[in-house]
Design a protein around this ligand. Structure first.
Ligand code: NAD
Ligand code: ZN
Length: 609
C-alpha cells in the first residue's frame, strides 16, 4: 500500500494572514510542519501543495517537495484532489499546514484503521479527541462528531451533539481533528461532487462525504498539538519549541549587511551625478523616485541632472507605501524600458526611501511585493539603489527593511538585499520640512532609541549607536544651544545611528501599536508613534515625561481620540496586527510578554488614544 502525506498550504488564510510563513524558531511554520511529517517515517512521500510561489520556493529551498496547484480551490481537499489525480497512490493523508507539531501517534491511529477487519468498508478515516469542558463543547469553532458503535461517523456539527437534555448525563463528547486518511477514490469523488446543503450551512467540509453516503471511520487520539490560528498561538508554539530546543532558536548572532557607501555634508547632493556615472550600464536608465513635494523646486530638480533616457517619477508620500504601489511602479518601468534600469534613486522621506528599496528588489524578483513581506524571503539581488533622505528620523536610509502595507498585513521586506548600495546625506535637503513633520519624524528616531535601549535584546553594539542617537536627540529637541544648521546635520546623524541601533535589537511597544493604528486608520508612522508613545508611561516612564516636555517646548499638536469611535471589528484588527509583531513584544517585555500585554490591556490602551 502506497501512503503519501499532502499538506495543503494556502497563503492568505483568513483569520491570521500569512501565518504559514510566520517565523517559528527560525523557520517558517510550513517548513516545520513539513519536517515533522517527514520525521514520522509513516509516508512514502510528503508533499506541500500550494497556491503560493513563496511557499513553493521555501519548501523546495529546504529540500522538500512542493506542488503548485493550477486552479483556484475552495478548500484543502480540492487542492489535494487536483494534485493526486494522476499519482499512483492508495492512501492520501492530509496534514494541516498550520499544525507544526502534528503528532506521530495521531497519524498512526488514523492509518491503523486500514489494517482492521472492516477496512474494505472505509472510504476515509479521521481523528477525534475527547473534550470535557462545556465551554469547548458549546463553542461553534470547535467541531463535534458523533459515531456509531463501529466508530463510523454519524454526523459532524458546530452545535453540541448530542444535545444533553439532562445536563448531568454522562456523555463523552468528541472534537473533530482535521486530519484525514483518504482512499484515493474518495478524495477524487469529493472533488467532483457538488456541495450540498448540510455542508454549506455548517461550513464543515467532511459532511459532504456523509451526504453522499461515504463511510468515515473515526480513530481516537488524545495527544494535543498546537494549531496556529492566531498570533497568540504562534507565541505559544515558539515557546514550546524554545523549550524543546533551547540552543537553536535564539537570534543571538545576526550577520547583517550595512550600507557600503555613504557621503555626508552640506551640499554633497551635487555629487550625485559623479557617484552614479560608474554605475551606468549602456542604454539602461536611472530611475529617480522623487517626493512630489519637490515638483515645483526646479533648482533641486536641475541638480539631479537627468541624462540620456533617465526617468524622473514624482511620487506622493501622502500615504504609507503599499505593495500594490510598488507592483505598479515596477510594471510601468518594465513596460517603458526593455533594459533593466541601471539603478533606482529615492529622494524623499521614509516613504520614498522605502519605495525605492522595494522597487529595486521587485525589478529582479518575480511576483508581487506582498510575497516578500517578512524575513529573508528575497532570493535575488536587487538592482543598484541609492537613498537620498530629505527629512531625518526614520533610519530608513540605513535599515535592512522596507515597510509596506500589503493586502493582508503591514510588514517590511526584511532582507540582505534591502539596504541601499549608496546613501547621500545632505542636511541642506531638509531645510523646507514643515515644523510638525520635522518633529514627528524626529520623534521616530527618539522612540527607536528608547525602545532599543530599554529592550531585552540590547547588546553593546546596539547600545553604542542607541546612546549616541539619544544624546543627539536631547541636544536637538531639548537643548537650546544649536543653530538650525547644526541641528539639521545632527538630526541626520541621529537618524542614522537610531537605525543602526535597531539593526541589532528591535523596536518595542510604541511601534507595535503604531503599526496597528496605521493598518486600520492609515495613520502615518511618525505621528502614529507620537500618538501611541504619549500614553506609554507605564513602559517607558522617564522618556514619556521627556517626550511630553518636547511636545510642549516645540508647541506640536498630538492628535487625540482616534480610537474612541472605532467599531469592535476595527479594534480587534488593530489588536491582531499589533500582537502579530512578536519580536517587538519580546524585545519590549521579555519572553513572558503575553502575560503582560493581553488583548484586554491592549484594547484599554488603544481606547485612550
Ligand atoms: P514621509 O516620507 O512620509 O514624509 C513626510 C512628509 O514630509 C511628506 O508630506 C513629505 O512630502 C514631506 N517632506 C519630506 N521631505 C521634505 C522636505 N525636504 N521639504 C518639505 N517637505 C518634505 O515621512 P517619514 O517620516 O520620513 O517616513 C515615514 C515612512 O517611513 C513610513 O512609511 C514608515 O513606515 C517608514 N519607515 C521606514 C523605516 C525603515 O527602516 N525602512 C523605519 C521607520 C519608518
Ligand atoms: Zn520607526
Amino acid at each position: 500500500m502506497k501512503i503519501i502525506a499532502m499538506i495543503p498550504a494556502r497563503y492568505g488564510a483568513s483569520r491570521f494572514p500569512g501565518k504559514l510563513m510566520q517565523d517559528l524558531g527560525g523557520k517558517p511554520v510550513i517548513v516545520r510542519t513539513y519536517e515533522a511529517a517527514k520525521e514520522t517515517e509513516l509516508f512514502d512521500e510528503v508533499y506541500v501543495v500550494t497556491d503560493s510561489d513563496v511557499i513553493f520556493q521555501e519548501i523546495e529551498m529546504n529540500g522538500g517537495k512542493a506542488i503548485m496547484s493550477k486552479k483556484e480551490h475552495d478548500c484543502g481537499s480540492d487542492r489535494i484532489a487536483e494534485a493526486v489525480e494522476f499519482m499512483d497512490v492508495d492512501i492520501v493523508v492530509n496534514v494541516q499546514g498550520d499544525e507544526p507539531f502534528t503528532s506521530k501517534e495521531g497519524l498512526e491511529q488514523v492509518l491503523r484503521v486500514f489494517d482492521g477487519p472492516d477496512a474494505e468498508k472505509i472510504d476515509l478515516a479521521s481523528l477525534m479527541t475527547e473534550i470535557h469542558d462545556w465551554k469547548e463543547i458549546s463553542d461553534p469553532n470547535c467541531v463535534k462528531v458523533i459515531v456509531d458503535k463501529e466508530s463510523f461517523a454519524l454526523y459532524f456539527s458546530r452545535s453540541p451533539i448530542p444535545y444533553p437534555r439532562d445536563k448531568n448525563a454522562a456523555m463523552q463528547y468528541y472534537k473533530h481533528k482535521g486530519i484525514y486518511a483518504f482512499r484515493k477514490q474518495a478524495i477524487l469523488d469529493f472533488y467532483r461532487l457538488p456541495m450540498r446543503s448540510l455542508e454549506a450551512v455548517e461550513k464543515i467540509e467532511c459532511i459532504r462525504y456523509l451526504e453522499y453516503g461515504k463511510n468515515i471511520k473515526m480513530a481516537i487520539s488524545n495527544t494535543q498539538g498546537i494549531e496556529i490560528d492566531t498570533p497568540e498561538d504562534l507565541v505559544r508554539a515558539n515557546k514550546v519549541l524554545k523549550e524543546s530546543k533551547k540552543e537553536t532558536v535564539n537570534n543571538k548572532y545576526r550577520n547583517f549587511p550595512m550600507v557600503p557607501k555613504v557621503v555626508f555634508g552640506q551640499g554633497c547632493f551635487d555629487q550625485l551625478s559623479s557617484i552614479l556615472a560608474p554605475q551606468r550600464k549602456d542604454k539602461a536608465p536611472f530611475i529617480f523616485l522623487v517626493d512630489k513635494v519637490f515638483k515645483k523646486e526646479q533648482a533641486l530638480i536641475d541638480r539631479i541632472n537627468l541624462r540620456f533616457n533617465d526617468k524622473l517619477i514624482f511620487v506622493s508620500s501622502e500615504e504609507e507605501p503599499k505593495t500594490t504601489q510598488v507592483d505598479q511602479i515596477v510594471k510601468d518601468i518594465k513596460a517603458e524600458f526593455t533594459f533593466k534600469p541601471s539603478g533606482i534613486i529615492g529622494i524623499g522621506g521614509g516613504t520614498i526611501l522605502d519605495l525605492a528599496k522595494a522597487v529595486s528588489i521587485m525589478l529582479t524578483n518575480k511576483g508581487s511585493a506582498a510575497d516578500y513581506q517578512g524575513w529573508d524571503l528575497v532570493k535575488t539581488k536587487a538592482v543598484y539603489h541609492v537613498g537620498v533622505p530629505t527629512i531625518s528620523g526614520t533610519g530608513a536610509e540605513v535599515s535592512r527593511t522596507t515597510v509596506l502595507t500589503g493586502p493582508v498585513k503591514k510588514l517590511g521586506i526584511n532582507s540582505d538585499f534591502t539596504p541601499f548600495d549608496q546613501v547621500i546625506l545632505d542636511p541642506d535637503l531638509t531645510v523646507g520640512v514643515p515644523k510638525n513633520q520635522w518633529f514627528y519624524t524626529g520623534m521616530d528616531c527618539f522612540i527607536h532609541c528608547v525602545e532599543s535601549l530599554n529592550g531585552t535584546f540590547l547588546n553593546a553594539f546596539s547600545q553604542s549607536y542607541g546612546e549616541k542617537a539619544y544624546d543627539l536627540c536631547m541636544e536637538i529637541f531639548v537643548g537650546e544651544e544649536l543653530s538650525e544648521e547644526e541641528s539639521r546635520g545632527k538630526l541626520m546623524m541621529a537618524s542614522w545611528h537610531g537605525g543602526m541601533s535597531i539593526a541589532y535589537s528591535q523596536v518595542g511597544v510604541a511601534h507595535a501599536m503604531s503599526y496597528g493604528l496605521s493598518y486600520v486608520l492609515g495613520t502615518k508612522h511618525g505621528i502614529g508613534n507620537c500618538i501611541v508613545f504619549d500614553h506609554l508611561e507605564e513602559f517607558y516612564p522617564k522618556d514619556v515625561i521627556l517626550f511630553k516636555k518636547m511636545v510642549k517646548k516645540h508647541q506640536v499638536e498630538i492628535p487625540k481620540n482616534l480610537c474612541s469611535n472605532l467599531s469592535e471589528e476595527q479594534l480587534e484588527t488593530m489588536i491582531d496586527i499589533a500582537l502579530s509583531l512578536v519580536p517587538l513584544w519580546e524585545n519590549a517585555l521579555g519572553d513572558n510578554w503575553e502575560t503582560i500585554m493581553t488583548r484586554e490591556k491592549l484594547k484599554a490602551l488603544y481606547l485612550k488614544m
